[in-house]
Design a protein around this ligand. Sequence first.
Ligand code: AMP
Length: 281
Amino acid sequence: MKVIDRKDEMRSWSRSVRAEGKRIGFVPTMGALHEGHLSLVRKSLEDNDCTVVSIYVNPTQFGPGEDLERYPRDLEGDIAKLGELGVDCVFTPCDEEMYPAGFVTYVVQERLTEVLCGASRPGHFRGVLTIVLKLFNVVEPDNAYFGRKDYQQSVIVKRMVKDLDLPVRIHVMPVVREADGLAMSSRNAYLSPEERALAPCLYKALLRGREMIRNGCTDVDAVEEAMKKMLESQPGVRVDYVNVVHPETLQRVEQAVPPVVIAGAVYIGAARLIDNVVVEG
Ligand code: AMP
């Protein structure tokens, strides 16, 4: 497995592979890899001749006071996991490589980035879209794989690809969960054992909302209130948002009629956890 930390080397590797007529799959990550990440990698290995995984904790998607410095890092362990799976290339650039001195150009997307996580993390999606576009430009993949765990991210990336005519196909894969329902996340490492025991409450609340909608409740306020109440009844849990939204526009729907997505974010201790469920039409 090749480990590359320079953009020019990454691009020439990709180009030489493509010159052989091979299709490239790409999985962008921030590392501290878990089964959620690895599910994307396995899918890429299945679909493509070559798979590139990037590991880069992107500073521009963290706000002031967020967890950039303490974000979990385990480059050696990550590389071992990817090697075992049969990944062809790992791209591990440094900040100077991705954001050289004088960097001032960003991707800003309207509307879709202003709701849900975008409302509580201003600038977050500007950082996400900027790094994803840069990585696409360096790796030049045919296919790229994202998790539905970050539902809003998957929607805005697909929108950017469409709006900017990027020559890559986006694939969105299901949420991988722990046995008790908690969505796997590198940030789960922040949870103390007591907080970890509480953490499945977010998924449970989302399932409750989905059940209400499936049972015919169309009152969005009632569904959101019920989920909020469930979460707020747990000491140590602070709700950021729980919203019933349109699957593509991400705007809050007027009536909870499927297809809709229920997305939520909560603070538990030092962790901000997000999750979502789709209510199919
Ligand atoms: P991250 O390292 O958190 O930036 O995540 C890299 C990619 O892995 C993103 O596309 C995430 O949506 C995806 N991912 C993270 N956790 C999960 C999970 N539990 N299930 C599926 N995909 C995930």
